[in-house]
Design a protein around this ligand. Sequence first.
Ligand code: NAD
Length: 454
Amino acid sequence: MSQTHSIAHTFERLQQTFQLGKTRTYAWRKAQLDALQRLLTENEKALCEALAEDLGKSQTEAWTTEVGFLLSDIKHTKKHLKQWMKPSRVSTPIVAQPGRSFIQPEPLGTVLIIGAWNYPIQLTLAPYVAALAAGNCAILKPSELSPASSALMATLIPRYLDGDAISVVEGGKDEAASLLELPFDHIFYTGGDRVGKIVMQAAAKHLTPVTLELGGKSPCIIDSDTDLATSARRVVWGKWTNAGQTCIAPDYLLVERSVTKEFLTLLEQEINRQYGAQPLTSPDYGRVVNRTHFDRIRGYMQQQDVVIGGQVDEAALRIAPTVVLNPDIDSPVMQEEIFGPVMPLLEVSSVQEAFDFVKRRPKPLAGYLFSQRQSVQQQMIDEVSAGSVCINDVMMFMANPELPFGGTGYSGMGRYHGKFGFDTFSHQKSVMKRSFWFDAAIRYAPSSARKRYL
Ligand code: NAD
């Protein structure tokens, strides 16, 4: 059977399962969430090893950002699932009385989840936790750029989860193209905007709704009135975790000129503290995913004023935490999403200049500000449009399942995490129930004075 044929066959099988109603019950969903939890706990070592192989992630990083993240996501979901599944009652206007109205969340059907390589397990399974909780069947397509994680998920999932309701299709562009031919009930894509457009175009053929979790250049503004040392520590953590290959990593810094020198010194000290004097050999520091990305990121340093780092280990695909000072705005490092361990630092004369700079550019996935001034913090919240805004820290909003996660404009559409994920994979069906005992004739023809009320 050809690959396209077998993908279509898998899709039909999942559709049939959905039609039978198996995935709709609370008991099935709960049992599957339990099974996924077991998959993660019983295979923690193998999962961390796959992440080390694909991205050189340390065990701590693999745990906190992938396996542990998923376990707490599942725990939160299990805790609230019954409540989320309940219909919510709403009021009914006088014209529809006597009657009752409510909103009943219902699963969409069979959905497609296309994952990215930078957090290959989290970004494939976290959307699945939401899809599963909402009672859907799903095909998962992990990224081919993280082959060890992809292969491990393809092996483990059929061992733990209900094979009638989930399937993993491994592969790249061709397999993705075959999948995109099918009339899924929802497509959830994580990756860059170029492929995001391909996904959306393919989805349009079947009027399939999409969630696009994309990226962009997330700015980080440093006000002179801030705790510079703590700011530097948090920026270093957020930028250089996973060697900068994080969709919500601060992409570039906008720093008030009066504190640039001090901030650079603090950044350097902090890099040293977190990764040692030789970050290229630090077991806590990840590597770039492949040669293509390595060459792309190294290119960002060319003809720039490299003020921190700049060392590379070509054979190991490692690039040290690097800061380039005041690059030209038209240079690739300021035109493209960096998605790697190079950080441009642009000096600005005021935070107002920084806000103006950010507002002139496409809406990013995250916007960061370090400032002790309430008015500046409020200005950031009110004026800067981004998927998420975080004040005096980076990336930590990911740890709160009560907050939606997703982009806006060029950084994507739709959202997930916690209840927001459940809602993304549910249709909010409106239901009205009427009774027969009273029937006002006013709405029926004829609409004249001849009308009699019964
Ligand atoms: P990638 O190369 O892993 O691609 C993502 C997925 O798209 C993969 O599964 C891949 O097989 C598939 N794909 C590739 N070409 C395709 C095609 N022609 N048709 C259909 N599918 C295709 O990921 P990437 O694009 O290198 O990821 C990096 C980008 O993803 C960055 O922009 C980053 O900011 C963004 N990202 C966003 C999030 C988020 O949650 N918003 C998370 C991680 C990464």
